[in-house]
Write a protein that binds this ligand. Sequence first.
Ligand SMILES: [Zn+2]
Length: 341
Amino acid sequence: MAVEIESFVRMIPKAELHLHLEGAIAAPTVVELARKHGVTLPIVREVSELYDFPNLGAFLKVYDLISQSVRDAADFHRITYEALGRSASCGARYVEFFFSPQAHLEFGVAYSTMLEGILAGMRDAERDHRILSRLIPAHNRELGPAKGEEFLDMVLADRPDEVIGIGLDYNELPYPPDPYAAMYARARAAGLRVTAHAGENGPAENVRTAIGSLGCRRIDHGYHVVDDPALMALCREDGIFFTCCPTTTLFTTPWRDLTASDHAIRRMGEFGLAITINTDDPGMFRTDLAAEYLHVAGMGFGRDELGEFALNGLRAAWLDDVTKSAVLADWSAQIALAAGP
Ligand SMILES: [Zn+2]
């Protein structure tokens, strides 16, 4: 049974909409890049121990070191190509991924250098792994809305077609979304799509604000929506999408048992919210897209539901409607075939 469901989740076409480039880097690559640029990493016995985080502080420290270790276009190319290759090996066909420009600007890396490397990595991954991808620069909410306006200026000034939207991430609890309403309105007016991390470690109210004030139709995480039944009903009615990431809930939310009957993702799925399944920081948390689908299978969802969550990933994607409906028909047929009679 276990083998069968595993081959099913690997086989079905999937989208990934919540993946942070810097959190996707495998530990051995971090070690090589740090050595290349003379960045001192914590001393560990095994390379994999680099990603053992006892707490959030330790996680952010390593995240900072990783960001310092990615400096030139070749580095950005490498980490993008490797991350997309790993997604493709799990059956992902389409990826919209975040990166954190401010984490690199801080170390003197130009935005154009980041884009040059990342776009080249995306093109090469498409050629070699047949995986299509789009890019979402994300603003570090801890820096505040004034820096957010500067961030948006930068994104709009150098805007290849692959950059399709913006995100809002980092620590949500002390930094709620409300101050970003004006920045988000400007981004939407300029034709960018928008999403925001909300309701991960912050309250349901942040989900409400991200939808009502920031204009998001897609919410990253969103788990605390389960604390507000009226909001839950509204999200179901309006078809709001949620990019859920099972493994990282064990670290950043109160739901620390993926098999518990009250886990937020399970409750969201059972209620009929449009959830999608994603990896978040697959390198740093040593997971991948197939493993995340298996975690959701472990919550009691069967093939039909897993197939539906995979299709939600495409429905929530920021592709144009014509492309989307053509691909949707193709994916639906492949999923039905994989599910069997
Ligand atoms: Zn995230």
